[in-house]
Every structure is written in structure tokens, then in C-alpha cells.
Design a protein around this ligand. Structure first.
Ligand code: ATP
Length: 355
């Protein structure tokens, strides 16, 4: 049985359909992310799960029970927001104890559970500190402890890292994932940051304009994006205009300008149809590395940018701009701007899109 199920969930604000018929299932212990650009409806979806926003249509089911009409405190959820909502006038202990005191839990039990929660978030010894004496990351860990201490069935995280600086965000990403795995708590994570979603999630629902456009593991979403939106939102891609000119076993033959290349076959695409071929920059092979690739074409180096561990080349290929990203290795001489080179890739690492 799924732990959380959204069934035809919609939310309308006047003329805006903020969430449009979202259905999905989240398994017990799963780390599930809602990923999409600003305004795509992810926060509204999370708030409907939490019970802060009433759906215009559809249902939220948690642990097999319909949540319709139930207030947040009766849904077995814990929610952590973007700006670590911890009380500045209370110390860490009292912040974490707050929810338990509201529930009239005994003093000895509060001491035991707050101690356990501090341990979970690695803040032993911080009991007497106030917000002003905590770093951003520590405040967010207190916010998390405050929620975990109430032992929610479902953990909801709404962009919990967005107020932190980049380095801390990187650390917290791994830390939250480890904590979630050790607690095995079903988690819904809202973010617009693809790297957070790819690193942390078991599965991701990519949202656009209120709708879920693809659900899959990070690998599925990255390697096999469902459409042009997902392709350009997740990672960086070369999207080449192409036309299907033939079929060959499991592959299409595509024409890209004067070239013909092999690409993985996709259902529902006919010969003669215009399509796009997606090639990730890091899958491109250059010069002699393309010798044994399925596809090897001539291109011109239009520009290059040095990025430390990587070098990015801007290439012109059949009159289309094409980006290649290669590891910066001592045994790989830099290519000069203006050089004519061979560009290659393997058919299996590309994707054909129809929209
Ligand atoms: P962000 O990452 O910027 O928070 P989001 O994907 O979480 O974006 P939502 O906050 O869910 O998006 O908003 C979805 C749409 O619904 C937006 O167009 C937003 O303006 C609208 N919206 C959200 N809340 C309300 C509200 N209370 N009243 C009216 N419109 C709203």
C-alpha cells in the first residue's frame, strides 16, 4: 500500500489553476521530490497534503485514510519551511519541546524525546542556545528536530535549504538524505533545484504549469526526459532539429542537416516526421575519442571556456550550435577555436523527442 496518494488533486485561485489534476503515489520510506520552476504549483500541492490548503478537487490519502476536511495536526505530518521557523525568544531545547508541551507530554518524556531529537540532528550540547547563536544550517537542523520530535508519519520539506549559502546547502543535502534513510521516514521534498532533487530523491515528480509532466527515478528523469520541458529543466542539453529518414533494427536513422545518424527508436514516431535529438554535453566525444562512437560528424570549434575540472566547447555542427563538456585532463590537449574536429556520441546516450 502507498503511504501517500494524491488522487486528481487540483487547486484553483480565481483564474489560476495552480495545481491541475495531480495523481501520484508515494511509497512508505520513500524520498519523493516535487521539482519544477517557480509558480509550477509544488508548494500548493505540498500544502494540500499538509492540510493548509483545501483542494478545489481531488483527495489526499495518507496511510490508506482520506484526509478530506482533516486539519494539519490530525494528518500525522511534520513540515519544515524555507525560512527556518524557530522561535527567537526560546532556546533550542524549548523550541524542540514546544510541540510536545502543546500535546501535554510529561516532563520526563519531553526530556527524553528532545534529547533523542538533538542526537538525530547532531546538536547535542546546543540545548541552551538561542537562534542568534546558531548558524543557518544549525537553525534548520533545530527546525527539523522540532518536527521529528513529534514522530510524524510523513515528513514534508518545503525548500528547506534555499536560505543557506551554497557550501552549506551541499553539506545539508547529503546530511538530510542520510537522516531520512536512517529514520526510513516517508518524505516529500519541494524544490526548484534540480541538483538537490537528483542527489536526494528516490523518485522525482517534475511539475510544470500545475501538472506533473514526468515521474521517475533521478536516472530515468535525467537519461530519458519525457519531453522538451523536462529536457531543458533538468541539466543542460543539446537539442538538435532532426528528421526521421528510416528505421534500422532498434534505431531510427535521423537526418541532421547533411548528416545521417542513428538514434534510439521511440514509439509513435513515423518516418518523415520532424523530431529533436537530445545529446547531453557530457556525453559528447571529441576528436580521436569519437573514433569508435556510433556517430561521428565534422564540426567546427566556435569557442571554449575553461571551467577548472571541465572544459566546455561551443561547436558548430550542421549549422546548429552544439555544446560539449569534457574533463580537463593532462593527456587531452585543448582544441583551438576555429579547428575542424570530429564530434561523436553513442546512440544509446541520446534521446528522441517529438515535441
Ligand atoms: P515557488 O517555487 O515560487 O514557491 P511553486 O511551484 O511552489 O512556486 P505555488 O506557490 O504552488 O508554486 O503557486 C502556483 C501558482 O498559484 C502561482 O501562479 C501562484 O501565483 C498561485 N498561487 C499560490 N498561492 C496562491 C494564493 N493563496 N492565492 C492566489 N494565487 C496563488
Amino acid at each position: 500500500m502507498s503511504d501517500v496518494e494524491l488522487i486528481g488533486l487540483s487547486k484553483r485561485y480565481g483564474d489560476t489553476l495552480a495545481v491541475d489534476d495531480v495523481s501520484l503515489k508515494i511509497e512508505e520510506g520513500e524520498f519523493f521530490s516535487l521539482l519544477g520552476p517557480s509558480g509550477c504549483g509544488k508548494t500548493t500541492t505540498l500544502r494540500m497534503v499538509a492540510g493548509f490548503v483545501r483542494p478545489s478537487a481531488g483527495d489526499v490519502v495518507i496511510g490508506g485514510n482520506a484526509m478530506t476536511g482533516l486539519p494539519p495536526e490530525r494528518r500525522g505530518i511534520g513540515i519544515v519551511f524555507q525560512n527556518y521557523a524557530i522561535f527567537p525568544h526560546m532556546n533550542v531545547f524549548d523550541n524542540i519541546a514546544f510541540g510536545l508541551r502543546m500535546r501535554k507530554v510529561s516532563r520526563s518524556e519531553i526530556r527524553r524525546r528532545v534529547g533523542a531529537a538533538l542526537d538525530q540532528v547532531n546538536l547535542d550540547g546546543y540545548e541552551r542556545r538561542y537562534q542568534r547563536e546558531l548558524s543557518g544550517g544549525e537553525q534548520q537542523r533545530v527546525a527539523l528536530a522540532r518536527v521529528l520530535v513529534t514522530e510524524p508519519r510523513i515528513l514534508l520539506l518545503d525548500e528547506p535549504l534555499s536560505a543557506l549559502d551554497k557550501k552549506l546547502r551541499e553539506e545539508m543535502k547529503y546530511w538530510i538524505k542520510e537522516l531520512q534513510q536512517s529514520l526510513k521516514i516517508t518524505t516529500i521534498y519541494v524544490t526548484h533545484d534540480q541538483s538537490e532533487a537528483l542527489t536526494m530523491s528516490d523518485r522525482i515528480a517534475v511539475m510544470n504549469e500545475g501538472r506533473v509532466v514526468q515521474i521517475g527515478s533521478p536516472e530515468e528523469i535525467y537519461e530519458h526526459p519525457a519531453d522538451r520541458f523536462v529536457t531543458s529543466f533538468i541539466g543542460e542539453s543539446n537539442i538538435l532539429a532532426a528528421r526521421v529518414v528510416g528505421l534500422e533494427n532498434d534505431n531510427f536513422r535521423l537526418a541532421i542537416g547533411p548528416f545521417e545518424v542513428a538514434a534510439p527508436r521511440r514509439d509513435g514516431v513515423a518516418e518523415g516526421q520532424s523530431v529533436s535529438l537530445v545529446v547531453r554535453p557530457e556525453r559528447v566525444l571529441l576528436a580521436h575519442e569519437a573514433d569508435h562512437a556510433d556517430v561521428a560528424l565534422r564540426a567546427t570549434v566556435e569557442g571554449k571556456s575553461y571551467q577548472g575540472s571541465l572544459v566546455r566547447y561551443r561547436l558548430k555542427l550542421a549549422d546548429q550550435i552544439f555544446v560539449a563538456e569534457v574533463p580537463n585532463r593532462a593527456d587531452r590537449p585543448a582544441l583551438d577555436v576555429g579547428a575542424e574536429i570530429v564530434v561523436g556520441w553513442n546512440a544509446a546516450s541520446t534521446e528522441v523527442l517529438t515535441d
